[in-house]
Design a protein around this ligand. Structure first.
Ligand SMILES: Cc1ncc(COP(=O)(O)O)c(C=O)c1O
Length: 422
């Protein structure tokens, strides 16, 4: 009886989810600050949240009903307006864009829609943890390659984490169907350079491989770094599916609205998956995201445009948390983009009794201890590595800094007090 109802084999052992586990940890221990999950603990721009409030009680009752399955017309038209100039081609809103239930579903539809049994998919580590599961449930075989830190002697930044080109090219073969790129990168904050993207693009073209480019942090890039869309590199449009997120763009992660764009022939496969599992996404939220894009497009060339003001606002939070971490015995990697900091905690190892936690990986034990003793919740980065490379993440903890200044100040106080007791 029990065996009959076990998890289907295509889902593997049903790997535990770091998110489920750490949300539970937060509920149980109520740490004073939660720098775990990637979302702001303060309000999104007022025009964004007001738009949604107005839509739901507004004059048009149909904005609370089903809309076009592949994307609400006003939203896909605005997405085409935003991205066409950025990618240097006119996007067809009705055939080249799909609106999804968060970037998560865009990843799901792209992977399930393109990866077949036995296909290999190259995944750069550390990686957003669902990639692995999605590839395997499609019958694909993930092939992992880690970004590794060059030793600099000085302050390490996310651009010091690099791919070994030889190792990367050795992963490509006739079975390779797709490579998943994430830039700006979660959790390292790495913003891939033109040269790094060119190397990846050349390999994809040489071996006729698709590139799935997860760019949910596209607007969160710190000067002088620049976000480059790999779809704009020569010969890459026709083999690239690019993913974005309203949650990350407008700081409303709970809205779970995302999209994918790319050439119509590649997008068709995503549409097939989407129409049979989600079919259509929430109408009032799509309408609100569309209006939010209109608002920002109207002030695109001003410093107030949220696409640019968000990174300006975050840079001081990043610098503050980097300073706090350094002063408290961590060795942080300064991120060039995104809103996470990976920090090496091994200088603190002698201050903490890791044996009292039962987890297999040291970063799980460290982050649990830190949550319980210092009241600061972070995420263990080994969750973003394949089984064979988990040791590469074990010396780190991931801190999210899109948090109120007062909560970052509280983090400083808690870490200082914790250090003083040791
Ligand atoms: C790299 C990356 N991709 C995709 C997502 C999922 O985005 P969404 O909340 O829009 O589903 C996240 C969320 O944290 C992410 O960090």
């Amino acid at each position: 009886m029990n065996d009959k109802f076990k998890l289907p084999a295509r889902y593997g052992s049903g790997e535990k989810s770091v998110w489920v586990e750490y949300i539970q940890l937060a509920a149980e221990y109520k740490p004073a600050v939660n720098l775990g999950q990637g979302f702001p603990d303060y309000h999104a721009p007022e025009h964004v949240t007001k738009a949604l409030a107005e839509i739901t009680v507004g004059e048009n009752p149909l904005l609370n009903q089903y809309t076009r399955g592949f994307g609400h017309p006003r939203l896909v038209q605005n997405l085409a307006k935003v991205y066409s100039p950025l990618i240097g081609r006119e996007l067809d809103p009705f055939n080249e864009i799909l609106v999804t239930s968060g970037a998560y579903e865009a990843l799901f539809s792209a992977i399930l829609g393109h990866v077949d049994k036995g296909d290999e998919v190259i995944v750069i580590e550390p990686f957003f943890d669902c990639y692995d599961f999605m590839i395997r449930s499609a019958g694909g075989v993930p092939k992992f390659i880690p970004l590794t830190p060059k030793s600099t002697g000085g302050q390490i930044t996310s651009s010091d984490w690099v791919l070994n080109e030889k190792d990367l090219s050795s992963l490509f073969n006739s079975r390779t169907k797709m490579l998943i790129l994430n830039t700006p990168h979660n959790p390292l904050g790495k913003v891939f350079t033109a040269q790094e993207l060119e190397t990846i693009a050349n390999l994809c073209k040489k071996h006729n491989v698709l590139c799935l480019s997860d760019e949910v942090y596209e607007w969160i890039v710190y000067k002088p770094h620049k976000h480059i869309r790999i779809a704009t590199l020569p010969g890459m449009w026709e083999r690239t599916i690019t993913i974005g997120s309203a949650g990350k763009t407008f700081s409303v992660t709970g809205w779970k609205t995302g999209w994918a764009y790319g050439p119509a022939d590649l997008m068709r496969n995503l549409q097939v998956v989407h129409q049979n599992c989600v079919y259509t996404c929430c109408t009032p939220i799509q309408e609100a995201v569309a209006r939010s894009f209109e608002f920002e497009l109207a002030r695109y060339n001003t410093p107030d445009c949220y696409f640019f003001s968000l990174a300006r606002e975050l840079v001081s939070k990043r610098d503050y948390l980097v300073k706090v971490l350094k002063e408290n015995g961590f060795n942080p990697t300064v991120p060039d983009g995104g809103y996470f900091i990976i920090a090496d905690w091994t200088n603190l190892e002698n201050k903490i009794d890791l044996k009292s936690e039962a987890d297999k990986y040291k970063d799980y034990r460290f982050t649990k201890k830190l949550a319980k003793e210092a009241g600061v919740l972070t995420i263990p980065p080994s969750a973003f590595y394949s089984e064979e490379h988990k040791h590469l993440g074990e010396n780190f903890a991931r801190f999210c800094f899109i948090k109120k200044d007062e909560n970052l100040a509280l983090t400083e106080k808690l870490l200082k007090e914790w250090n003083a007791k040791k």
